[in-house]
Design a protein around this ligand. Structure first.
Ligand SMILES: Cc1cc2nc3c(=O)[nH]c(=O)nc-3n(C[C@H](O)[C@H](O)[C@H](O)COP(=O)(O)OP(=O)(O)OC[C@H]3O[C@@H](n4cnc5c(N)ncnc54)[C@H](O)[C@@H]3O)c2cc1C
Length: 316
């Protein structure tokens, strides 16, 4: 894990840093690398290009930690319109194109942090999205946020899965609890997106060192690949991608039985290489105006991005 990551994530929490970064002209070019647009029409144009190149998508309408009800309601309305738009797209160029397109959603954007009633509001909003998605033939996966939300998020997914068995869950390998969660979810046959984890977490709940996170990821991947679930291998790390390919071969999984997932704008050549050899590749594509939290997590993942962060703060 990038040793500067906690420093960048801590600095990103300051209001002054947020003000500076969201108004810096340097930010605009960096945002464009990771976020194809602020509007749904810009998003759909980017998705069309990805589909034509043989990659599937999971689309995230940016927003998180919503503290007012109206905003949660408007996020739901945007997702319903997004699901309609995705359902109308042509996926014939995607290998194993039978797997539906997908939306990714953060429960904190659907109201999870709206006080004591928040978890129930988010769970109900998730049900509304899943109902619409089920009718449209689109899948939904719930993103994983900071560890204070993990239990509540997994409870909402557990509650929804009997009605929507295709509902996907994200597991963050850096959390100590995740190996148990992977076992439970694999046994339940769930679609599980396994990632390393992008938040600043204390050592009471999460591995802090890169090698420990990578080893935990491999243990979780082993569990998922050997179970009846559809593993979603969300990583750009060449060693983990190679390990996934080896485990898939060992467990007799065909390309359509698991997915490689990567973020929009990161390792595009590798995404294309995997898709060209017939693997199922899904690109996570965020859009919208609320890009600040997403951008700072991407910057914190890579030491080379620190220079950008400092330049933007210095105002040039
Ligand atoms: C599809 C998908 C969904 C995700 N959903 C979640 C989620 O719900 N919750 C959550 O906490 N995290 C999520 N993440 C983020 C994840 O937790 C990691 O922070 C992120 O993927 C970086 O880890 P890595 O496995 O790519 O390995 P790393 O070791 O961080 O990266 C491997 C290589 O990938 C490239 N790379 C990685 N990140 C960047 C970057 N930001 N800029 C430029 N190059 C980069 C570099 O070449 C790097 O050497 C998701 C990731 C993916 C791919």
């Amino acid at each position: 894990m990038n040793p500067l990551r906690p420093v960048i994530l801590a600095a990103a929490g300051s209001d002054r840093v947020k003000r500076t970064l969201t108004t810096s002209p340097v930010s605009a070019s960096m945002v464009r690398r990771f976020v194809p647009g602020e509007t749904r029409s810009a998003l759909v144009a980017a998705v069309r290009e990805l589909l034509a190149s043989g990659r599937a998508v999971s689309v995230d309408f940016l927003g998180e930690y919503t503290t007012d009800r109206a905003r949660a309601d408007s996020a739901v309305a945007e997702y319903l319109a997004l699901i309609n738009d995705l359902a109308a797209l042509d996926t014939s160029a995607v290998p194993g194109g039978a797997a539906p397109l997908e939306v990714s959603v953060k429960l904190s954007a659907l109201g999870q942090s709206l006080g004591a009633d928040g978890p129930a509001i988010a769970a109900e909003n998730l049900r509304v999205l899943c109902t619409k998605a089920g009718e449209a033939g689109v899948w939904v996966t719930v993103d994983a946020e900071d560890h204070t939300t993990t239990a509540s998020t997994l409870a909402a997914i557990r509650q929804a899965r009997p009605e929507f068995p295709w509902l996907g869950t994200v597991v963050q390998a850096y959390l100590y609890r995740s190996e148990d969660d992977c076992r439970d979810l694999a046994n339940a046959g769930a679609r599980v997106r396994l990632c390393k984890g992008a938040y600043r977490e204390p050592d009471t709940v999460a591995h802090q060192h890169r090698a420990e996170v990578d080893r935990a990821y491999l243990r979780c991947l082993h569990t998922l690949m050997h179970g009846p679930s559809r593993p979603l291998v969300a990583s750009h790390d060449p060693a983990l991608i190679a390990a996934a390919a080896a485990l898939a071969a060992q467990t007799g999984r065909a390309p359509g039985d698991f997915e490689y997932q990567m973020l929009y704008g990161i390792r595009t050549d590798e995404q294309l290489r995997l898709a060209a050899r017939g693997d199922f590749v899904r690109v996570y594509v965020p859009y919208g105006t609320q890009w600040y939290g997403y951008l700072t997590r991407r910057l914190a993942e890579r030491p080379a991005n620190l220079a950008f962060f400092l330049r933007a703060l210095a105002g040039n």
